[in-house]
Design a protein. Structure first.
Lengths: 594, 101
């Protein structure tokens, strides 16, 4: 029993439920918060003591389900999800209400359930729990916009869930038992010809289900739509889990799937154009998240050990630096009330610490040498080079310059520098700063570990956490120089555009994206269909009315006081007609008899 | 906007408030870029790709040119996208007033 209750998913989920249910007079706020922070810490400590293998198996409807399967791929996600739950909880202590950290830790538990699931039924269960609990984190903003965005978000998550369920049911039909990852691969003939041919319907449905949560192009707009509508803390939790466990699922089920290369390349490139013209700085971060997920998807698509290593490592690093950037923008939102680039500027005077930490996040996401993405994204780039994907490499290089442009420069520049907006506010609350310092320190550590290994021969604990042991030298002269050239000249382009006035000004606006298809076109079609139905209903009603009128008039004509059938007849004529009827009857009777 | 209190926040004047200093930052960036360009002389790498006569990846100034041109064109292209994609801030909220019903 303890194996179940103390497994990472259930420990976090049940723990947060128990804490939420505890009466306030029994459990003062500080004690509750200490216990809440203790949950991920204890869970990670316990997890660390376990070896690779299956735990907490149980029987359900004659099938063996596995709650916890630890292997090198799930391990790294388990570690980062615990860290994200911890950092997110600390961050969210800026409000007195504990609802957000409680839901956040619960949501983290469901995400852990996804990455630890040993079979697809268990995966599906946590897939859905994560969808619902994360929607709460959008709604917690309690604004009209958040209500709508949360509903659209939940709808899209449910679509993913339905696709996944349909795929699993089809698999179950073919396998005849709870389908696990091994059955998934055997059945789909995986790795025999460099990925699936998508002739298998079950595999295709599951691919789309994972792809929706990994924000594939055209399936991505729920992320852009919903995350920026959440609260400062809500967005931090949201940015960590759903997309990353989708990356885990893709890495688990579809490594080397060649379609992923071009899907991922598209994901790295198109969001950066949107990010340049987007005014809401947290929405800029959402676009940049799609872009970073693109790098991971490319890595999974390339499928070599180095590429998967890079994809998974980059997912780990992204949770930290994207979380850090969301935390910094959340601090601005909390203090100023909005994060519109058009109305901010000069905040470094009021929020110097947040500014500095935001710059660490910006440098990390831009893959500056010494910062985290330099030690993770490079692996994906190198993997593309080794496989001689020339055009892919050019796209990724362009996307890298673009990341620096919109996330590395635009975010800190328009929020904290640019022209002084005159806004004067307090520095971010202490809890926010502590959380940002934790994320910034972790981001820098990932970037500095390879250097420590190079100079002092210290083993790199981050690379040891990754699924495969890969020997890769991050800090070579060439690599440091070429990456710095790319980034510094990208910065020069920005500075030149600003000084020449060519840079598009930040404008209060909405930019149409794929969600336009359902928020406008789909809605128009719905409105049109509804109007057509109403018109049809009215026309039918009118036609029925006319028909009834005609029928009534006809009846009136024949049966009314003046009608042929309605007027009084003579008794004699009645007797005559009865006699005629009887005679006719007799004739028919004899004719039948003969 | 409240431009009147430029540099007078709490009686404090900030270094970056002066236009001259912003220009200094720009020229410093330019100087750093010249140095990075020169770094190509220190470390010539072997091109991984044959495409573009080996200039891509291996040639002199490839990364600086690609970074600058890429970022420059990115912004100009995105600027043009606004013509098609930009709507007012309350675009999605107004649908019932301007919409079909």
């Amino acid at each position: 029993m303890a194996e179940f209750l103390l497994s990472p998913p259930l420990l976090l989920m049940l723990g947060s439920v128990v804490l939420a249910a505890a009466p306030r007079n029994v459990l003062p706020r500080t004690v509750l918060r200490a216990l809440l922070l203790a949950l991920p810490v204890y869970s990670l400590w316990r997890f660390w003591g376990l070896d690779f293998g299956d735990y907490a198996q149980f029987q359900l409807f004659g099938q063996t389900l596995t709650l916890v399967r630890i292997d090198p791929l799930s391990r790294i996600f388990v570690v980062i999800f615990h860290l994200a739950a911890l950092i997110g909880s600390v961050y969210s202590f800026y409000v007195k209400d504990n609802f957000q950290p409680l839901v956040g830790v619960f949501y983290a538990g469901s995400a852990l359930g996804v990455v630890l699931a040993g079979d697809l039924w268990t995966l599906f269960l946590f897939w859905e729990v994560a969808a619902v609990s994360s929607a709460l984190l959008v709604w917690v903003r309690r604004s009209g916009r958040a209500a709508g965005a949360g509903l659209r978000y939940l709808g899209m998550q449910m679509v993913s869930g339905v696709l996944l369920l349909a795929g699993i049911v089809l698999l179950r039909h073919e396998v005849g038992a709870a389908p696990g990852w091994a059955e998934f691969r055997n059945l789909t003939g995986f790795l025999e010809n460099g990925g699936l041919g998508f002739s298998n319907l079950a595999a295709t449905l599951i691919f789309l289900a994972f792809g929706l949560k990994a924000a594939f192009p055209l399936l991505h707009s729920w992320l852009i739509d919903a995350y920026p509508e959440s609260t400062p803390a809500g967005a931090v939790f949201l940015s960590a889990f759903t997309t990353k466990f989708a990356i885990y699922a893709l890495a688990r089920a579809f490594p080397g799937q060649s379609e992923l290369i071009w899907i991922g390349a598209l994901m790295t490139a198109f969001p950066i154009f949107f990010a340049v013209i987007e005014n809401d700085l947290r929405r800029v971060l959402a676009y940049s998240m799609t872009n970073q997920l693109g790098f991971m998807v490319v890595g999974i698509g390339i499928g070599t050990e180095l590429a998967i290593f890079g994809a998974v490592g980059h997912g780990f690093a992204d949770i930290l630096f994207k979380g850090l950037l969301f935390m910094a923008m959340g601090a601005v939102l909390y203090r100023v009330g909005h994060v519109n680039g058009s109305d901010l500027g000069g905040l470094y005077k009021s929020m110097p610490i947040t500014t500095g930490l935001c710059i660490v996040g910006a440098a990390s996401i831009s893959a500056f040498p010494l910062f985290s993405a330099f030690a993770t994204k490079s692996l994906i780039m190198s993997a593309a080079v080794y496989k001689e994907y020339f055009w892919l490499w050019l796209v990724l290089l362009f996307a890298s310059a673009g990341v620096f442009h919109h996330a590395g420069i635009k975010i800190p520049f328009f929020a904290f520098f640019h022209h002084d907006s005159g806004i004067r506010c307090k520095e971010a609350p202490r809890s926010m700063i502590v959380a940002m310092v934790l994320a910034a320190a972790a981001s820098m550590a990932i970037g500095l570990f390879p250097l420590a290994e190079l100079w002092f021969g210290v083993a790199n604990p981050f690379y040891e956490l990754l699924p495969y042991p890969v020997d890769y030298a991050v800090y070579t002269n060439t690599h440091v120089i070429t990456q710095s050239q790319l980034l510094f000249f990208s910065a020069l382009a920005f500075a030149t555009l600003m000084r020449t006035g060519l840079y598009p000004p930040e404008l209060r606006s909405v930019n149409l994206d794929a969600d336009w298809l359902y928020r406008r076109v789909g809605l128009r079609i719905w409105d049109g269909a509804a109007a057509a139905f109403v018109a049809l209903h009215r026309a039918g009603y009118a036609a029925a009315g006319r028909l009834a009128t005609v029928a009534l008039a006809t009846a009136q004509r024949h049966l009314g006081p003046q009608g042929f059938l309605g007027r009084s007849w003579l008794t004699a004529s009645m007797a005559l007609w009865v006699a005629v009827l009887l005679a006719a009857y007799l004739v028919v009777f004899y004719w039948r008899l003969a | 906007m409240a431009h009147h209190d430029h540099g007078k926040h709490g009686g404090k004047s900030y270094w970056l408030d002066r236009k001259r200093n912003v220009a200094k930052v720009f020229y410093a960036l330019f100087a750093v870029d010249v140095l990075w360009m020169a770094a190509d002389f220190l470390s010539r790498k072997k091109a991984e790709f044959d495409a573009w006569g080996g200039w891509a990846d291996g040639g002199f100034g490839f990364y600086p040119v690609y970074g600058f041109v890429g970022a420059f064109l990115l912004v100009l292209a995105a600027k043009q996208m606004r013509r098609v994609l930009m709507r007012s801030e309350d675009y999605y909220e107004r649908r019932r007033d301007g919409g079909a019903s």
